[in-house]
Write a protein that binds this ligand. Structure first.
Ligand SMILES: [Mn+2]
Length: 309
């Protein structure tokens, strides 16, 4: 199946690389790593567009996107994106193009013309396998650092249950290259900005525990002064409370529109997210609910009311 990707890369001089809106480190890392590899191996022209690029991604070694006319591009490779809708403002760009969809979200809707959806830790893990298979001599310090960053983030520093023996093997191969892994690890997983501490402060004053469920609901007013409203920071924090099985964060992002994030230790929260049109992974998922904060909270608690915990 990797050969089919190569066939398409060879057929198209110009390629567009995209990922989901608000790209996380796995998304940006896999885009930059693949771009670098394609440039090095096949010398295509590569354009990259991100929807809402956060500063957090600055630690990832950048690839200089080329200034190509979108009409000249027939092939688009979409990475780490479970559904076309997750492309956000980029969705309309892909309409008339041949789409290669490479992703690790089990809920992926297979929206591509060619779909490579594999249930592994991260999209960066798939990109490593791809490069390793096609031409491993192209792996270099920059590609290795991008892949390292993505894998480390999506596995929570090799802690989450999506981490396998193979993930460790890949990391050990990447660490043979020369890049500052310790700086990447610290910046992405350990250090918190003052802004993040302020967000945590608000959350810690607004959460409750119902049996083994921790839930935090934040209205727009309380989030007004916070620039980067990272729900994943909060929901991961709540999941770290001893004895908690499911953590939920509900953020009112607009009037009558709430963003819901789920984390769990065992329970399949992807199914819950899907009920509301969202998706993600079994133990980490999210959705948008078009309703006010208190109704959204009721709907979510209703989903978990029969749970025996
Ligand atoms: Mn990912």
């Amino acid at each position: 199946m990797y050969e089919k990707i190569v066939e398409n890369i060879k057929k198209n001089k110009n390629i567009l690389l995209l990922t989901h809106k608000n790209p996380d480190v796995d998304a940006v890392g896999s885009v930059y790593a693949l771009a670098r590899f394609i440039k090095k191996k096949f010398n295509n022209n590569i354009k990259i567009i991100f929807d809402d690029y956060s500063e957090r991604n600055n630690i990832i070694k950048k690839f200089d996107s080329e200034d190509l006319d979108l009409n000249q591009i027939k092939l688009v490779i979409v990475l780490d994106c479970g559904d076309k809708k997750r492309l956000g403002s980029l969705e309309e760009i892909v309409e008339t193009k041949f789409i290669i969809n490479i992703d690790h979200h089990i809920s992926n809707s297979n929206f591509g013309n060619l779909n490579i959806v594999i249930d592994v830790s991260s999209t960066c893990e798939i990109i490593f396998e791809f490069i390793n298979k096609i031409d491993k001599s192209c792996l270099d310090n920059d590609i290795a650092s991008c892949l390292y960053a993505g894998i480390i983030c999506d596995t929570g520093g090799m802690r989450f249950s999506n981490t396998t023996a193979r993930t460790h093997k890949i990391i050990s191969k990447l660490l043979k290259f020369d890049f500052n892994f310790s700086e990447i690890y610290n910046k992405l997983l350990i250090l918190l900005s003052i802004e993040e501490i302020n967000l945590l402060k608000i959350a810690l004053n607004n959460f409750k525990i119902i049996n083994s469920l921790a839930i935090c609901c934040l209205n727009r007013d309380s989030l007004r002064d916070i620039k980067n409203k990272s729900s994943s920071l909060l929901v991961n924090f709540l999941k770290n409370i001893c004895g908690i099985e499911i953590a939920v964060v509900i953020m009112e992002i607009e009037e009558d529109m709430c963003k819901v994030s789920f984390r769990s230790n065992n329970f399949d929260v992807c199914k819950t997210a899907k009920k509301f049109g969202g998706g993600g992974h079994k133990l980490a998922s999210g959705c948008l609910i078009k309703d006010n904060l208190s109704n959204t909270q009721k709907k979510i608690l209703e989903c978990f009311k029969d749970l025996d915990f």
